[in-house]
Write a protein that binds this ligand. Structure first.
Ligand code: NAI
Length: 645
């Protein structure tokens, strides 16, 4: 009786973000519904209120505690990134780590059983909270994703993730998740042992209560995994350091190395190595990666007010680009009709799409459904029903004019009409249309599945609603839309051209391709510029150079190879030998002092010019476009921000 009275009181206790519900069964349910936000994140205030909940439950312990979200948007998206940006002293950095570490240790130590009911995103601090519960029940839904992506912000999971994830899933799987930021869905989480069970939404309430009160012990880690997470930690750590070194240099990305050390030497307790906390949190890399995160959010915001949602996309041209654009749209749930001159030309695109679906969806049924959404359409019947029509045929003005003339009368009113052209002017293409203002550019990059950015191109006098709708469509298929004005090369190709040219001039001056590439890898580029030329194709680099290099002579090293039809990766030989499918590189020579700055300068200068000319709206968007469109060293914060942060 007395207990019920107190529980009633708990229910009535006024909290801003949490609600504590008492059930007649004696189970308490803590529901997080962060005030004034659409998604839950763990701010200092949210954590303090959770501490109050634990205080209250200490007085009259419940039979069990369920922690869940009150948001449709998911469980908890992570720590509050806004607060992270305000850490301007070492004390504040350490206090932030201490706040979650201590609170979640306290949660892990309570006597009554606890369960995190995970539906939707459960990331970073959110997963650390869930890991501190005795049980984790995942809901089997497409939005359910669990992960510790802190490394992508240049930091580490300091609230118990580095301690508890390896205990649950073993160190190899845990390090893989922590060092790549990879997320897993509900089923995978169960398979790994991260979730105790994965159930469909309709039974989740009942399943949560049953599991909570089951008294069921945790599934123990297999002996080998226990050894690897104990006496053999050093061996695992060495292997992990080697793996990381292949992808990230410690001077650019210190966080993954810190994660390995904190796990191996301090059992995941960052407070035991305060100098590491200070170093990582105050590093320019962390600040810049947080900046990149915000830039990404800004790109995602384009088109969100457009009230446009596509169901059906029609793609014309089933070549390198059109085929892959169509496959990507089908993968993302849209109905797609794919047109080309003959069925034979469509077939290779369908075969590539099938591989993509199997690789990405890893579920034969889902892959089958995606496959069914992609419809070969040699007659172009789909145009009449499409919400978005994308032209990706040969780069030829007359061919595109003829196509637009035949397309226009068939288009639905309000349908987006887009071209994927890289080098033709929208102003020249749209003259064939009765309503020229409706043509926009939706410029994808090759390979479509790998490249996150898509430029949305607006020519003078273009219908603003069409541009908004195009941005909304790009966002809908999970790419990042970057609005740009019509100009040669838009943003990305326009900045790459002078950069690749400078790299090839350095080869003309006697440096080996390996040395030139090494200079830019050391600078922080994901791929050297010469390897990039090989990947793009030397013929395409030559054509782009003619258009974008302002009449400069092509480099001799490029001319000589194009004459011999050594066009790069696609012909098996370019600057490098690609016969094995990968560039065969010799050892680089000593990189001359100042070379990387010299090679980066034309790129940076061009970005400045494009911002000044209004091709991109501002410097931040230009940085975002160059990072997501070229892979430009994210730890620097972008070409224009570099050196400032
Ligand atoms: P591609 O040569 O691989 O494919 C073009 C396809 O269009 C061919 O299958 C051809 O049969 C088909 N086609 C030509 N005329 C047609 C018509 N009237 N009706 C139906 N189908 C027709 O060309 P790719 O590389 O895919 O380029 C296509 C467009 O994408 C071009 O405008 C290009 O500038 C642009 N682009 C190309 C990129 C690349 O890396 N290849 C990158 C970004 C844009």
């Amino acid at each position: 009786m007395q207990r019920d009275a107190v529980m009633e009181q708990l229910t009535g206790a006024k909290m801003k973000h949490w609600q504590l519900i008492k059930e007649n069964s004696g189970i308490a349910v803590a529901v997080l519904d962060k005030a004034e936000e659409s998604a839950n994140s763990l701010s200092a205030e949210v954590l303090a209120e959770f501490g109050q909940i634990l205080d209250q439950l200490d007085v009259y312990p419940p039979k069990g505690l369920i922690v869940r979200s009150g948001k449709a948007a998911g469980f908890i998206a992570g720590a509050d990134i806004g607060e992270f940006s305000q850490l301007d002293t070492q004390e504040k950095g350490r206090a932030l780590v201490d706040r979650g570490w201590t609170l979640f240790n306290r949660l892990a130590a309570v006597k009554y059983p606890t369960l995190a009911l995970v539906r939707g995103h459960c990331l970073g601090g959110g997963l650390e909270l869930a890991l501190a519960c005795r049980y984790l029940l995942a809901v089997d839904e497409s939005g359910t994703k669990m992960g510790l992506p802190e490394v992508m912000l240049g930091i580490f999971p300091g609230w118990g993730g580095m301690l508890r994830l390896p205990e649950r899933v073993g160190p190899s799987a845990a390090l893989d998740m922590m060092l790549t930021g990879r997320t897993v869905d509900g089923k995978k989480a169960k398979k790994l042992g991260l979730a105790d069970d994965c159930v469909p939404p309709r039974v989740m309430e009942m399943a949560a209560r049953q599991l909570l009160l089951s008294g069921q012990p945790r599934r123990p880690l297999p002996l080998m995994q226990r050894l690897l997470n104990g006496p053999l930690k050093a061996v695992v750590a060495n292997g992990a350091r080697k793996q990381v070194a292949k992808k990230a240099r410690p001077e650019h990305y210190p966080a993954p190395y810190a994660i390995i050390d904190l796990w191996a030497k301090h059992n995941g307790n960052a407070l035991a190595a305060p100098e590491v906390v200070d170093r990582i949190i105050s590093s320019p890399t962390a600040r810049n990666l947080v900046r990149v995160f915000h830039l990404q959010e800004r790109l995602k915001g384009f088109g969100k007010d457009a009230n446009f949602r596509a169901k059906h996309v029609h793609v014309i041209g089933a070549g390198v680009m059109g085929g892959d654009i169509a496959a990507w749209c089908a993968l993302r749930g849209l109905t797609v009709t794919l047109q080309d001159q003959t069925v034979e030309r469509i077939a290779p695109a369908i075969a590539r799409a099938s591989k993509l679906f199997n690789r990405r969806l890893r579920d034969p049924l889902k892959a089958r459904l995606a496959f069914d959404r992609l419809i070969p359409d040699p007659q172009g019947e789909g145009v009449r029903h499409a919400d978005v029509v994308i032209e990706a045929i040969f780069e030829n003005v007359e061919a595109k004019h003829a196509l637009f003339r035949s397309l226009e009368p068939k288009l639905k009113p309000g349908a987006v009409l887009a071209t994927n052209t890289s080098s033709l002017r929208l102003e020249d293409l749209r003259v064939a249309l009765q309503q020229p203002e409706r043509l926009v550019g939706i410029h994808f990059f090759n390979p479509v599945a790998m490249m996150p950015l898509v430029e949305v191109v607006e020519a003078e006098g273009c219908n603003a609603g069409a541009v908004q709708a195009a941005c909304a469509f790009v966002k809908q298929i999970d790419k990042l839309p970057l609005p740009v004005k019509s100009a040669p090369g838009f943003l990305v190709n326009a900045v790459l051209a002078p950069y690749m040219l400078a790299a090839m001039r350095a080869v003309d001056e006697g440096l080996t391709p390996e040395t030139v590439d090494e200079a830019m890898l050391a600078f922080g580029m994901p791929m050297g510029p010469i390897e990039l030329v090989d990947t793009v194709g030397l013929d395409i680099a030559m054509a782009a150079g003619k258009q974008l290099a302002g009449g400069a002579e092509p480099p001799k090293c490029l001319l000589a190879r194009v004459e011999k039809n050594q066009l790069g990766k696609k012909t098996g030989q370019g600057f490098y030998d690609w016969s094995s499918g990968r560039a065969k590189k010799g050892a680089p020579g000593a990189v001359p002092a100042g070379l990387s700055e010299k090679l980066a300068k034309p790129l940076v200068d061009r970005v400045h010019r494009l911002v000044a000319n209004g091709v991109v709206a501002d410097a931040d968007l230009a940085d975002a476009g160059v990072i997501f469109g070229t892979g430009f060293a994210p730890f620097t914060g972008g070409p224009l921000h570099r050196g400032k942060g």
